[in-house]
Design a protein around this ligand. Structure first.
Ligand code: SRM
Ligand code: SF4
Length: 571
């Protein structure tokens, strides 16, 4: 019997007909009649690092006034491993003020986002990135996204080597199309390799329809899993011996997204499938990506991620194909141990004696607020800081390699601007909390997250105080929908927006990022969340075992069953 032809999803057709991501973007950008792009171009613009959005706070009022929604663009700048120079920070700060909403969002994948950029300013903004040697290509879209890595390579020689590997992976998997160069930079030289004049476009790794879906890679150096590697399509665990990087355990098939009411969609943690020496790891990433390119589902985008490909074909079949494409076999995975997935705040000293300061950035939002002028403080620091700015996967910021003569000045400036220098004066719950953007810009949000979490934390902190738990590090992650942008299914407490002001409560993830949580209660409002968590905190304070983490405790006490695989997340 002949195979039934594939019914490709709409996005596949758009990519196919786009001439390597051009589509009609050039026309869309100059069309003065609307603030929006042509519908097909809204898919293509993602590959250039941008999303068309509306201001959801204003949508209904504008509709009432018979106006089109207030369209604007979010732009995500790739920062492999999260490392930016002071000059780049200054540029992002300027561009956010000139063309955006005067805030910077530090994301859960170590990138910068600008929000609120009008269509007519998009080109000028991307041009501005280029002048500071930054780009937004592959910030979004069906390609390899920003490669995450422990953001502080000065911690040790191994960290520095691992960071270098993350850059190599990022370079290898960056799309080659000249559309980015042509559309945004008028052919001006850019720092990522552009094709030579007269050369035809080609995507040697991706092909003209790119990947079935987004693809994510993260690297971590045990014992810190601060990039949450198991939530990535490919997670690489550095294996070292006596300070020498030997290679990486390779984990595949992680992902957070799911859809309410569709139990065949689920978050899943990556499985370790073997070990590869460091000099071959970039090839391994490329081959995994090409298998997913060829085997991933291109009919229904809900099932397109590598995690579903893997659960369809099985790990053994996938590994066999990988070994075949590589021309060698992965070795057996090596022993490793992760202890935590959060950031450690305050001053630290690297193995070379250099000084670094990790700052807590609530919700990853760099903005000036009354009494807390963080954006100004960082701009002033960027004017003289000779080290760099490092974005962490937990939406925080490291001022790295602070010159000894600048330490006191930095400290004084931050204090003057009302910025908390160490995490010590924050509760453990707030220090580790993550919230996705959600309203007012995310078109998929059912509920608030970033704007609301601080208020909820105020109430939860009162309870923690009653039980003497203020200092305890407990991971709480909140999102405005089940897509999982703040990795909520890895929260010891996960709150996932279901409708305005209502959240599902998940419990029982592991503190080190290697176990998913499980649904505990549905559709809770703020009082409901507080009521459900109060007896849990009381029980934890009284009955936990020495050093027992909150997530482990909720499993041991039977509040939820442990999730052992994405496939039993909903059970
Ligand atoms: Fe995300 C879509 C924001 C990290 C899973 N994510 C979106 C969009 C673009 C909404 C949209 O499609 O219209 C959000 C833009 C909101 C806005 O206004 O800025 C958005 N995601 C974010 C960020 C900014 C959250 C944050 O507050 O930090 C993070 C940017 C990362 C970056 O710099 O590249 C962000 N998103 C993640 C993560 C976490 C991670 O990668 O470690 C995940 C879960 C991991 C994963 O991919 O499985 C994640 N985002 C999603 C999904 C669900 C994907 C899935 O396979 O089901 C969507 C929706 C989609 O792709 O259809 C999504
Ligand atoms: Fe938007 Fe949902 Fe992602 Fe939050 S989790 S940013 S609401 S897509």
């Amino acid at each position: 019997m002949a195979d039934t032809p594939l019914k490709l999803s709409e996005v596949e057709h758009v990519k196919d007909g786009s001439n390597y991501l051009r589509g009609t973007l050039a026309d869309s950008l100059v069309n003065p009649i609307t603030g929006a792009l042509n519908p097909d171009d809204t898919h293509l613009i993602k590959f250039h690092g941008s999303y068309q959005q509306t201001d959801r706070d204003l949508d209904s009022e504008r509709k009432r006034q018979k106006l089109e929604p207030l369209y604007s663009l979010m732009i995500r700048v790739r920062v492999p491993g999260g490392i930016a120079t002071s000059a780049q920070w200054r540029r992002m700060d300027e561009l956010s003020k000139q063309y955006g909403n005067d805030t910077l969002k530090l994301t859960t994948r170590q990138t910068f986002q600008l929000h609120g950029v009008l269509k007519r300013n998009l080109k000028k903004t991307i041009h501005g990135f280029n002048q500071a040697l930054m780009d937004s290509i592959a910030g979004c879209g069906d390609v390899n996204r920003n490669v995450m890595c422990n953001p502080n390579p000065y911690q040790s020689k191994v960290h520095a080597e691992v960071y270098e590997v993350s850059r190599q992976i990022s370079d290898r998997l960056t799309p080659r199309t000249s559309a980015y160069w042509e559309l945004w930079l008028d052919g001006e030289q850019q720092h990522i390799s552009a094709p030579n004049e007269g050369e035809e476009d080609a995507e040697p790794i991706y092909g003209k329809t790119y990947l079935p879906r987004k693809f994510k890679i993260a690297l971590a150096v045990p014992p810190h899993n601060d990039t949450d590697i198991f939530s990535n399509d490919v997670g690489l665990i550095a294996i070292e011996k006596k300070g020498q990087l030997l290679g990486f355990n390779v984990a595949i098939g992680g992902g957070m997204g799911m859809t309410f009411g569709m139990p065949d969609t689920y978050p899943r943690l990556a499985d370790v499938i073997g070990f590869v020496p460091a000099d071959k790891v970039v090839d391994v990433c490329e081959k995994i990506l090409t298998i997913q390119r060829d085997w991933g589902n291109r009919e229904n985008r809900k099932f397109s991620r590598l995690k579903y490909t893997l659960d369809r074909v099985g790990l053994d079949v996938f590994r066999e194909e990988l070994n075949k494409r590589l021309g060698f076999d992965l070795e057996l995975g090596r022993a490793y141990k992760f202890e935590s997935s959060g950031d450690a705040f305050g001053w630290s000293t690297g193995s070379d004696g250099a000084q670094h300061l990790t700052l807590f950035i609530e919700g990853g939002r760099v903005a000036d607020r009354p009494g807390h002028t963080l954006k100004t403080a960082l701009r002033e620091i960027a004017a003289f800081h000779t080290g760099d700015f490092r974005l962490t996967g937990n939406q925080n910021l490291i001022l790295a390699n602070v010159a000894p003569e600048h330490k006191l000045t930095i400290q004084a400036l931050l204090t003057e601007h009302g910025v908390v220098v160490t995490g010590n004066n924050l509760s453990g719950l707030r220090r580790g909390a993550l919230a996705c953007v959600a309203l007012n810009t995310c078109s998929l949000a059912f509920a608030e997250a970033e704007r609301y979490l601080p208020q909820l934390l105020d109430r939860l902190e009162d309870i923690l105080k009653t039980y003497n738990l203020t200092e305890d590090d407990i991971l709480l992650r909140m999102t405005g929908c089940p897509n999982g942008c703040a990795r909520p299914y890895l929260g010891e407490i996960g709150l996932v927006g279901k409708s305005v002001g209502r959240y599902n409560l998940y419990l029982g993830a592991a503190f080190n990022g290697n176990r998913l949580n499980k649904l505990y209660k549905e559709m809770l409002d703020e009082d409901g969340i507080v009521q459900e968590l109060t007896p849990l905190f009381a029980d934890y304070a009284e009955n936990r075992q020495p050093l027992e983490r909150f997530g482990d405790f909720t499993v041991r006490r039977g509040y939820v069953q442990a999730t052992t695989h994405g496939l039993n997340f909903h059970q």
